[in-house]
Write a protein that binds this ligand. Structure first.
Ligand code: ZN
Length: 390
């Protein structure tokens, strides 16, 4: 079936008034406004902004559900919540967990993958841990942290060929070998929850690591040894051109000055936005649970973030992608096309999927989001089908 989306402002590189012709699940043609052929079913975008659907490459859940809950229902709930906020593609992210819990998550991924209905598409998986530095554990369960175990890694890679990225601490014994293995398989090796020195990050990059997981969160920075200062993961993210980075731009985890620094000095081509959302994404206040429903920790939702009950630390983000784009414009000074690039093309490139997702072009999947000047999502398509409208 062919259909027209007319009179939209297409955000990609710049902003231009366009009509789009879709054929089945794909974009067939992009034309100046008014030039789409007559007689086709049409939707009038009334001058609202249209971009590729947002691509979130680091999120744990939403809508009250976590990908580690162990049910297909949880995956559908989280995928539907994020779609309503403009995300059409994502890499569900596992937490540091037992081997059994990880393998169960892989099984659910494969059961859900073919049909998530009105939910964001599953591009593949992101493993966050369990090979992390205890010194940078953050909200990861310290009892689950360990060094890379070649037998366990081999089993994981065997059981789940659709891992697209793996976050780990490259300074751990065996982590450089795992980085080489990931690179050889085309999996993005990301530096995360790491206490590496700058020199160790340089070695990691030589071994094939290409990305920094939630810059500033769980990342080493400047330390002193015998009076000599040395950089850490944060400094390497700025200095090494081989590295891309991601930031939780929820406006809580990082203050505006750090959002501005990352935007200005790393730039939209090397910096992407992630929600890192926990199950309370989409919830505005009250209580939630960090981690599994059975053994997780009670947390408080307020001020746009999840907090530990004593309010001394954050317990995760409750952000959605629309808010990230809005924040980068309002708090970091990015232009709309730059903020959208950091939420579409750049994350797609970080996970090696730039040829399949993140770009609006003839022949590509019609995964699209329509939004107003305040980045309020009005309509979302995946496969050329309207999955949400308000
Ligand atoms: Zn993390």
């Amino acid at each position: 079936m062919r259909q027209v989306i007319e009179n939209v402002r297409l955000v990609q590189g710049d902003v231009q008034r366009r009509d789009l012709i879709l054929r089945d699940d794909r974009i067939e043609e992009i034309l100046p406004v008014g030039q789409a052929e007559k007689g086709l079913p049409r939707f009038n975008g009334e001058g609202l902004y249209l971009s590729h659907g947002f691509v979130d490459i680091h999120l744990h859940g939403g809508g009250g559900a976590d990908f580690m809950d162990g049910t297909e229902e949880a995956w559908r709930t989280a995928a539907a919540l994020h779609l309503r906020h403009g995300t059409t593609c994502m890499t569900p992210t596992t937490l540091s967990a037992t081997r059994e819990e990880l393998l169960r998550a892989f099984d659910i991924f494969y059961r859900c993958r073919a049909d998530l209905g009105d939910g964001a598409r599953l591009l593949g998986l992101h493993l966050e841990g369990p090979y992390f530095s205890p010194a940078q554990a953050g909200a990861q369960d310290p009892s689950q942290l360990r060094n890379p175990d070649p037998a366990e890694c081999a089993e994981i890679l065997e059981r789940c060929p659709d891992i697209l990225r793996w976050s780990l601490a490259p300074e751990l014994p065996g982590a450089l070998d795992l980085g080489r293995e990931l690179k050889a398989r085309g999996i993005t090796a990301a530096i995360g929850h790491s206490d590496a020195t700058y020199a160790q990050v340089v070695s990691a990059v030589e071994a094939g690591y290409t990305h920094v997981t939630h810059l500033y969160s769980g990342c080493s920075t400047i330390t002193r040894q015998g009076g000599f200062r040395r950089g850490g993961v944060v400094e390497a993210a700025y200095v090494l051109p081989q590295l891309t980075s991601e930031i939780i731009a929820d406006g809580c985890h990082l203050p505006p000055e750090l959002l501005q620094m990352a935007y200005r000095f790393i730039g939209p081509k090397r910096l992407c936005l992630i929600t890192d959302a926990m199950r309370a994404a989409g919830q505005t206040e009250g209580e939630s649970i960090l981690g599994s429903l059975g053994q997780g920790q009670r947390v408080i939702i307020e001020d746009g973030v999840a907090k530990m009950p004593d309010r001394t630390a954050f317990a995760g983000s409750i952000c959605t992608a629309d808010r990230l784009v809005r924040n980068m414009i309002r708090l970091a000074g990015a232009t709309l096309p730059e903020a959208v690039e950091m939420m579409t093309q750049t994350p797609a490139r970080v996970i090696g999927k730039q040829d399949v997702t993140g770009t609006v072009a003839p022949g590509r999947k019609a995964d699209l989001v329509l939004f107003d000047e305040d980045i309020n999502v009005r309509r979302v398509w995946t496969d050329g089908i309207v999955r949400y409208e308000c």
